[in-house]
Each structure stands twice: as C-alpha cells, then as structure tokens.
Design a protein around this ligand. Structure first.
Ligand code: PEP
Ligand code: MN
Length: 338
C-alpha cells in the first residue's frame, strides 16, 4: 500500500500515520521528497481497510497494491484452474462448455423435450431451476425435490451433467445426490453463510455476479467458498444493473477478460439473463466466446410462450442449434474448441 502525505503534512502527522501502519502489521519505507512524503507499507495482511488511513490528518491519498483476495487471485494458480468431472468433461480447459436448458423445471415432458434437443445440439450440461428466486412471491417458485429428480433422470438419459440453483443452506444436502454443479444465483452472491457451507462441499459451484457487484466483490465471494477448502469454483457474468432500460440487464462482456487477468478460476457468461431478450441472446453468446468465456449458460425452452419463468429470453431449440453451429466456427478462431 502506498500512502501519499499532503504537502502541508507536519512531521507529527507523518509519524502518526507510520505508527498506525506499524500497528496494522506493515513495515514502512519512507521517501521524503522535496514537497511530499510518501510511505510504502509492505506486509502480508490482506484484510485492511484503506479508509482507516484516508481519514487520518495529513493524508492525501491511499493506494492499495495487493489484491484483498488470495485464493481466487491469479497468483495463487498462475496456470489456471481446470475443473474435471468423472465423465471426462473439463471446465477451464480448451473446450468451451455449454450449459443449457429451461429457466425452471416445469414438468417431465418439458424437461425431457428440452434436454434431448440441447444434448443433440452439443450442450454438455443440463440447467434447470428447482428452487426459483423470483422477484415476486406470487410467481412460480419451482418444483423442488421433484425437479431435482427429473433433472437427474434427464441428464443421465441424454448424457448431460446437471446444474441447478441452491438458494439456502438447508437445500444443499437434498441436492447433493442429484446435481453435479451447484449454482449460486445473483441474489445470493453475498449470502456469506451459504457460500461458507458450499466451501465444505465436494462439488463445483458456479457463482453468479450480483446485479450490482464489482468484480472485486465477486472474487471475494469466491474466496468464501475456497476458504472452506472447495477450490472448484466457476465465476459467471450474468448482467449487471445499469441506467439502460432496453435490456433486462447489461451484460458486462469485458468482465470475462478482466476476470481471466485477476483470477485463475474459469469464467462463464449467461447471455440469457444478461439481456432478457431472446433475439439478443445469440449475438451476446457469440461475443462471449470471442471474449474468452470458458462456459456459456443459456436458457432454452421447447415452448417459451408458455414458460413459467423467463420465456422471453429462452431460445427455441432450433435457434439454439443454429447458435451452436456458429459457436463452432468462432471457438477455433480464439484457440478453443466446442
Ligand atoms: C437463473 O439462472 O435462472 C437465475 C435465476 O439466474 P440469476 O441468479 O442470474 O438471476
Ligand atoms: Mn432464468
């Protein structure tokens, strides 16, 4: 951390800041310039708050150099994390992994219909909500355990792994026999108790970025899961809230290369929630692969006009197949396969 003192700072104020830094566990290297003094503080601590220094008398500016996260930071595993599944699928390797399926599991007929179509088109993981975090308590809340059973059956039938959202700690044990990947939704990105519990689980977790979360906050949330010993975390950009109202959310595609720079964890993109509009999903999916996404999470429904959730952003199966054909052309151009 660098602390630049004001030109008018007195020697007493400078000594006070140095004492603070030493108390915080830093060793301090002072540079006394003609006009200004600059203090370079080095030390192993990551859990300090720069504001505690900014408010001290005589301080002009505080600049943090080390990242506040350790385990999720790129330096922890410079070569990158590859998550390996028992069926041979790898996330974070050379293959772009497509996870597709309905927003919510609604019925056996719906799920099997969609699962068959997405598997045929080349998806590797079946998505589907069993517990739905809806903005309104009067909207469809999901079929729960029945949905989990259907997901497992459809996944096994069509050779797909299964991902589904966990909303609270009490659901973890119930979900364990049925899912291959736990999804943490945008609304739960900072549900630290849930993240801590998922840190004890021996299954990968796909962690979605909160609707108003910075990338640093996303990486700190991943840190909660990893601190518990579960290093199998996939991060996911799913659109953030901005002043733009045309789309449901604003898909921050730049988050993909930024996360790849800051972190060793695989990075997913969800253009369905990122746009909220069916015909905007394919272009954003193509852009995400071009930007280096390791995973795409896409909502597909065989009859989206009658979907119980997110029909307007769900692709028709044929649209999904066409998109997969396009992605097979784009992926090799950026050194990936699909
Ligand atoms: C979902 O994947 O259906 C979902 C609810 O996602 P998010 O948490 O990104 O809103
Ligand atoms: Mn959805």
């Amino acid at each position: 951390m660098i602390v630049a003192m004001q030109e008018t700072a007195t020697e007493e104020q400078i000594q006070d800041v140095i004492e603070h830094l030493v108390r915080m566990g830093f060793s301090v290297h002072r540079t006394t310039g003609v006009r200004q003094s600059v203090l370079a503080a080095v030390g192993a601590r990551v859990d300090f708050d720069t504001r505690n220094l900014e408010v001290l008398s005589g301080v002009e500016h505080v600049h943090r150099i080390s990242a506040p996260y350790k385990l999720s930071g790129r330096a922890f595993r410079p070569e990158g994390t590859i998550i390996k599944f028992a069926n041979g699928l790898q996330v974070g390797g050379s293959e772009v992994v497509v996870m597709a399926g309905p927003c919510s599991v609604e019925s056996r007929e719906q799920l099997f219909n969609v699962a068959e179509r997405v598997a045929k088109a080349g998806a590797r993981v079946l998505r589907g909500g069993a517990f739905k975090p809806r903005s309104s308590p009067y909207s469809f809340q999901g079929l729960g355990l029945e949905a989990l059973k259907l997901l497992r059956q459809a996944g096994d039938r069509f050779g797909l792994l299964v991902i589904s959202e966990v909303m609270e700690i009490s659901q973890i044990q119930m979900m364990l026999p049925y899912v291959d990947i736990f999804q943490v939704g945008a609304r739960n990105m900072q549900n630290f108790n849930l993240l801590r519990e998922l840190g004890k689980v021996d299954k990968p977790v796909l962690l979605k970025r909160g609707i108003a979360a910075t990338l640093e906050e996303l990486l700190l949330s991943a840190e909660y899961i990893m601190a518990g010993g579960n290093y199998q975390v996939i991060l996911c950009e799913r659109g953030i809230r901005t002043f733009e109202t045309y789309t449901r959310n604003t898909l921050d595609i730049c988050a993909i290369p930024i996360v790849h720079k800051l972190s060793h964890l695989p990075m997913a993109s969800d253009p369905s929630h990122g746009t909220g509009i069916r015909d905007k999903v394919p272009p954003m999916a193509r852009a995400s692969v071009a930007a280096g996404a390791d995973v795409l999470l896409i909502e597909v429904h065989h009859d989206p006009d009658r979907a119980l959730s997110d029909g307007a952003q769900s692709l028709y199966p044929d649209q999904f197949s066409t998109l997969m054909d396009e992605l097979r052309i784009i992926a090799p151009a950026v050194g990936r396969k699909l």
